[in-house]
Design a protein around this ligand. Structure first.
Ligand SMILES: Cc1cc2nc3c(=O)[nH]c(=O)nc-3n(C[C@H](O)[C@H](O)[C@H](O)COP(=O)(O)OP(=O)(O)OC[C@H]3O[C@@H](n4cnc5c(N)ncnc54)[C@H](O)[C@@H]3O)c2cc1C
Length: 324
């Protein structure tokens, strides 16, 4: 019997969130069998062509709403539940955003579905799902026993290079019945971090630790991140020093990120920090101590003082970008 998957596609400022695209792509890969079906659901205003970034088969339902922002949790949950029942869905998948983390347990309770959170690798209801435990040192596998499973992606999800010629069909989802039923379909503004975006969505992160020496020195990281169109992150020590906001902390008790490029500056590479960057594609480390553990997790390393290395790196990247 085929698997029927429903992916919640989060809209931010009218665009589909990168983490939702990753989940959609992963499930497109899973839905390879002839009987498998893919559905998507998005709530809130979408910019023109917002769904063009999604490839593969299936149908995406869009509840546009009338005001700016995102639909309330209860309304989105009710609409997802209706689609899951209408199509006999076996797996519902959400990205691990703040919204996804609120919706997943709600859906699990309403549908009496198993909830598998922090997945680094998804499978169908008959296959194992895996996730890191013990600060990323062990991979555990899980077997859902219920008819429907709610999958909550972990930051360590290996984002696939999915490519398909087909495009999903977009259908309007009428939210009016949910209003009639007295369900709150208010649209409210989405909260943004001080950098104007969620660091977990960034494809390039330039992060600093205690080795940066001062909050002012993070200006160099902001400069480098801006050249890549990326975001600034921080170790817990830098956050504890009060140099950066907690929303930028990366690691076990911070955010788990999955950028294409992660540049760690003046960060020692403690296990708790590395737990947050397990899914980064390329890691570059700058540290004055050649024995710093971060070099063990890095693809490229520069041994040197951040105050000397970073200005040179910024000049070199700027030079490269101007020549392009
Ligand atoms: C339960 C628990 C949860 C935790 N959660 C997290 C978490 O989520 N995220 C996190 O990051 N940490 C977390 N930690 C803390 C973690 O164990 C480390 O203490 C922390 O990551 C260290 O931060 P750091 O690398 O910035 O600082 P340090 O360990 O002090 O390292 C600073 C580094 O900078 C280098 N350096 C110094 N000066 C320079 C210079 N001028 N140029 C270049 N390099 C320089 C040094 O060689 C050193 O390697 C947690 C700890 C616990 C116990």
């Amino acid at each position: 019997m085929g698997q029927y998957y429903l992916v919640y596609l989060e809209l931010r400022n009218g665009a589909i969130a990168k983490s939702s695209i990753d989940v959609w792509n992963r499930f497109q890969e899973l839905a390879a069998c002839i009987d498998d079906r893919m559905y998507g659901f998005a709530a809130g205003p979408a910019a023109e062509g917002a769904f063009d970034v999604l490839q593969g088969n299936g149908t995406i339902y869009h509840a546009a709403g009338s005001r700016s922002g995102s639909a309330s949790d209860v309304a989105v949950c009710a609409m997802l539940e209706e689609l899951a029942c209408r199509h006999g869905v076996t797996g519902i998948a959400l990205a691990s955003t703040a919204m996804g983390r609120r919706l997943a347990p709600l859906l699990s309770g309403r549908l009496r579905a198993a909830l598998l959170s922090g997945c680094r690798e998804f499978g169908g209801p008959d296959e194992a799902c895996s996730r890191f435990i013990h600060s990323g040192s062990v991979i555990a596998s899980y077997m859902p026993a219920s008819a429907i499973t709610v999958f909550l992606q972990g930051r360590e999800l290996v984002s696939p290079d999915f490519c398909a010629a087909e495009r999903p069909q977009i259908e309007v989802f009428d939210a009016a019945p949910y209003l009639d039923a007295g369900i709150d379909v208010l649209f409210r503004p989405v909260m943004h971090s001080s950098q104007g975006r969620d660091i977990a969505e960034a494809s390039v992160i330039v992060a600093g630790g205690r080795g940066m020496g001062s909050p002012e020195a993070f200006g160099l990281l902001e400069e480098l991140a801006a050249l890549f169109g990326g975001s600034v992150g921080a170790s817990r020590s830098a956050v504890d020093e009060g140099w950066r906001p907690h929303g930028e902390q990366i690691g076990q008790t911070g955010k788990r990120v999955a950028p294409d490029l992660y540049i760690a500056c003046g960060i020692s590479g403690a296990l708790q920090h590395l737990a947050g960057i397990a899914a980064a594609r390329i890691v570059v480390a700058v540290n004055s101590d050649p024995d710093a553990p971060i070099f063990g997790a890095a693809d490229y390393g520069i041994v040197g003082d951040v105050r000397i290395v970073l200005p040179e790196l910024i000049a070199a990247v700027r030079d490269l970008l101007t020549k392009k």
